[in-house]
Write a protein of this length. Sequence first.
Length: 192
Amino acid sequence: MSDVRRLDSAGAADLVALVEVFDELQVVLQCCERLVADLAADSESDPIVLEAVWTTALLCYARCFASDSRAPVLTEQDLTGIHPEGDVLGWHHALLSLRDHYAHRTDNPRERVSVGVALANGAAGGVAITAARQPQFDDVIVRQTGAIAFGLSGLVNDRIEALQKQVFSDVRDSPAAELEKLVAIDVADELS
């Protein structure tokens, strides 16, 4: 069995970020595949499951473009590079807005509720509560989201392969004594 040691270089950190984004994009693709199938089944679909899967897809998609102390892994320029035709940036912004809509801390993403006064002969006659259903996602939105995630997956995969080669090149000729000083990774723990 091979001994695995943790690399703490900038290249290794960038590789971790790429792999995490690739995983997020794979979840987006899986969600879109599930939604396309469930939407085609129509009446058999559980609306709670559909919303949960769609919300997961939106959250994962948005994380691919998020930045913290490091630069974001994916940018809007990446989108225009993989999808030069069409309004891919418009779709991208719409998906980020939908993420905000579905993940809002207080607003109900399914309905907008209003309260009004019911007038009877010019006087208050009671309180009226109205609820307007918010538009739901559809097959076209889900398929477009999947197409974008698929294109980005290829881009990220190519970056992973190139960076993995670079990170290996950086450590390939390191002395064994230096490599032994690196923290051991228990691969069984990492996989569980």
